[in-house]
Design a binder for this molecule. Structure first.
Ligand SMILES: [Zn+2]
Length: 415
């Protein structure tokens, strides 16, 4: 009994036509267009022997009961950023649906283990700035207290926007109940980067998600008149930051897949006639290896202190956020590798720089793995986001093989 990847591609196009416009996908979580996408997805379930519900955090669950209650979960997210792409998230959900259909058909509605498809709520955090909202509620890794009062650009509170969609933030924790019987989690996602295209490969085994160290760095110098202050007398707080902005290239360069980014720089007073008295920047560092990540953090910090001293300035660091590297499950990595090879593909193993819902599921202690499919031009979160259809077909096929291997493994664990 084989899978029909072409149907998934047709459905992805249908969803694009329904929820996109000339600027791209508009399925921002907790908006009417997102609800429309979810209603459309529910319609696809009409002829299947499944149960469907939304949990207390708004995650959508489709369950095909099997002989065993132990469940394989396949999923991703239907929400998008504003003006987003047609594949980010939606591919993983619809591939999951296609795999569930195949199991339902092959086993006359009762596969050896339970198969569940999940559509995580608000992966992108596009409206309230809080990504992985639904999957972190499921994993029990976040408290809603810090997030409930967040507001969108129109001043609408997160708590109120969620209530409008039937989600009561006070019941968020109940989402953890969905962990019952969850035995493995698989997620297919577009790479969102240029590596696979450069290597000429369609698919990758994702080793895990990189840990992140995110800090605010403030250099303090002395504001002074730009005309009357000789160069040698300045305590220009932009100078050490400028040195640091270049230094991060050699700090990251010591590790194969590490990345460091100074994404925001603000100067004060920020006028053309004043030496910069205070300079605020953000630094985001990522790697899959916790030791490399810790080393990069130490090196950036000591470089900033050295550069500050060279310019008569001081520097202050404060943590914005951090998360540990999350390596995926060794057995599932093995299955993922084999599934890609059987789809007659060469493959590569890659860490994921962006975080994904899979990272939260893994943090909940559920064996997890992800597969990446090539992104054309490495672009996503944009209407030009695209992947060759032949690669999408290979990916869905390989995911199906991965699901088969995982189901056999769950069955074995169960004996
Ligand atoms: Zn995504």
């Amino acid at each position: 009994m084989s899978i029909d990847p072409k149907r998934t591609i047709a459905e992805l196009k249908e969803l694009r036509a329904l929820t996109g416009d000339e600027n791209g996908a508009q399925r921002v979580a907790w908006t009417d267009t997102w609800l429309k996408a979810r209603a459309w997805f529910e319609e696809k379930l009409a002829d299947l022997p499944v149960e469907q519900h939304y949990d207390a955090a708004g995650n959508g669950w489709v369950t095909l009961k099997g002989e065993s209650e132990k469940a394989l979960i396949i999923g991703s997210h239907l929400d998008s950023v504003p003006n987003g792409g047609w594949l980010d998230g939606a591919l993983g959900v619809l591939a999951g649906l296609e795999i569930l259909r195949r199991f339902a058909k092959e086993y006359n509605g009762c596969p050896p283990v339970t198969i569940r498809v999940v559509d995580w709520a608000d992966e992108e955090g596009a409206r309230f700035g809080r990504s992985l909202l639904g999957s972190s509620a499921f994993a029990g890794t976040a408290s809603i207290e810090a997030d409930r009062i967040r507001v969108d650009k129109d001043g609408i509170r997160l708590e109120d926007a969620l209530r409008r969609c039937g989600v009561d933030v006070d019941r968020f924790k109940e989402s953890e109940q969905e962990q019952a019987n969850a035995t493995a989690y698989l997620e297919l996602h577009i790479e969102q980067g240029p590596v696979l295209e450069r290597l000429g490969l369609p698919l990758a085994v994702v080793l895990g998600t990189k840990g992140v160290e995110r800090h605010a760095i403030t250099f303090h110098g002395q504001e002074a008149h730009s005309g009357s202050t000789p160069m040698g007398d300045r305590r220009d707080s932009l100078a050490p930051l400028a040195k640091l902005a270049l230094e991060i290239y050699s700090i990251a360069g010591k590790h194969k897949d590490a990345v460091c980014t100074i994404g925001s720089v603000k100067t004060y007073p920020g006028i053309v006639t004043a030496v910069v008295g205070r300079c605020e920047a953000t630094l985001d560092q990522r790697d899959l290896d916790p030791d490399a990540l810790a080393q990069m953090y130490r090196e950036a910090k000591s470089a900033s202190e050295q550069f500050a001293a060279e310019h008569g300035c001081s520097v202050e660091w404060s943590k914005i956020w951090s998360i540990e590297p999350i390596p995926f499950h060794p057995k599932l990595l093995e299955f993922c590798e084999a599934a890609i090879q059987e789809t007659s593909c060469e493959f590569v193993v890659l860490p994921s720089g962006p975080l994904h819902d899979a990272a939260e599921v893994s943090r909940a202690g559920i064996p997890t793995v992800m597969m990446f499919v090539q992104s054309l031009h490495g672009i996503s979160h944009n209407k030009i986001e695209d992947t060759k259809e032949e690669h999408l077909e290979l990916a869905i096929d390989a995911m199906d093989k991965l699901a088969t291997k995982t189901v056999a493994w769950i069955k074995e664990l169960n004996l």
